[in-house]
Design a protein around this ligand. Structure first.
Ligand code: ADP
Ligand code: FRU
Length: 293
């Protein structure tokens, strides 16, 4: 069991399950509606917690009904909520998600007017209590000073940073990471058509971290500190029903495997198996029951 601090966001996901993707201006009924905690850091925390890790989430929430539900959901997943910063008056962010059951696609409309974390919200005096720090790459103006101070004060705990979206100044975070977890969307936004081209560019910029890039149905790629490259094909479930949070699950699987002492290639395999099983089921329940565990 390891102690992990996830830094990022939580949101209320309002998920409408549909049997097809709607046309513009169509009026239709959802098959099912779920309302539950979402957000990359929160989703990864819930999956990591299934593996017996003691996970704390550092994010902001409002003092409203959605914020209270998110806290309850996190606690039900065993995620510690005592680091959460509650803002009032404010509104907890929501994502309205169209989940197409025919192919598992998830279309997300996120709305937030909630202020993000400030650099002073980080629990600096408790750094020694954690074994791993995982950041969502966002909120650069606050994340950069957090990462700078964490890098100075940590003992030797790894820092992973998820780079999911192109945000102004996000490259300023790269140098603080031991592991950078890129998304396919980010690579494509940057003009790279494959993970290895992204890795080449980052190495040319002098980025020394372990590099990982997930690529949906093509699985994931990695580049270790020696420059060795790895590819793990996707684990394909019988049917793809729900891709919401596939990347968050992949990241949790990778962190878990590395915490267990596995090297990059088997860690990629664990992450792809976990994410593949996730896209084959609705939600995140019981993902710890993998065959390789
Ligand atoms: P995100 O959810 O951030 O868009 P990806 O789509 O890259 O992330 O998916 C993350 C991981 O989830 C992939 O590396 C893969 O292992 C798994 N995955 C995603 N989509 C599929 C799919 N259609 N089939 C099998 N595995 C998938
Ligand atoms: C999935 C997710 C959702 C959330 C959205 C936030 O990766 O974390 O749970 O609504 O992305 O961008």
């Amino acid at each position: 069991m390891s102690r992990i601090l996830n830094i990022g966001i939580a949101t209320l996901d309002i998920i409408n399950h549909l049997d097809h993707y709607p046309a513009e201006d169509e009026e239709l009924r959802a098959l099912v509606q779920e309302r539950r905690c979402g957000g990359n850091a929160a989703n990864s925390a819930c999956v990591l917690s299934q593996f017996g890790h003691q996970v704390s989430l550092l994010c902001t929430l409002a003092d409203d009904a959605a914020g209270a539900q998110i806290r309850r959901d996190l606690q039900a997943h065993g995620v510690q909520t005592d680091q959460i910063v509650t803002l009032d008056p404010a509104h907890t962010p929501t994502s309205c998600i169209t989940l197409n059951r025919a192919n598992g696609s998830r279309t997300i409309v996120h709305y937030r007017d909630l202020p993000e974390l400030q650099a002073g919200d980080f629990p600096y005096p408790q750094i020694e209590q954690y074994d791993w720090f995982h950041f969502e790459g966002r909120n650069i103006e606050a994340s950069e000073p957090m990462l700078r101070r964490l890098s100075e004060q940590r003992v030797d705990q790894p820092i992973s940073i998820e780079i999911e979206k192109l945000r102004p100044g996000i490259e300023r975070l790269y140098g603080y990471a031991d592991i950078l977890l890129f998304s396919r969307a980010f690579a494509l936004q940057q003009g790279y058509t494959c993970a290895n081209d992204l890795f080449d560019a980052l190495r040319q910029q002098g980025i020394a971290a372990i590099l990982v890039c997930s690529w949906a149905e093509q699985g994931a790629w990695a580049c270790d500190r020696h420059g060795d490259r790895y590819h793990q094909p996707a684990f394909v479930p019988e049917q793809i029903v729900d891709t919401l949070g596939a990347g968050d699950t992949f990241n949790a699987g990778l962190i878990h495997a590395l915490l267990e002492g596995r090297s990059i290639a088997p860690a990629l395999a664990t992450a792809c198996e976990l994410a593949g099983r996730k896209v084959g089921q609705t939600g995140f329940a019981h993902l710890n029951r993998t065959e390789s565990e």
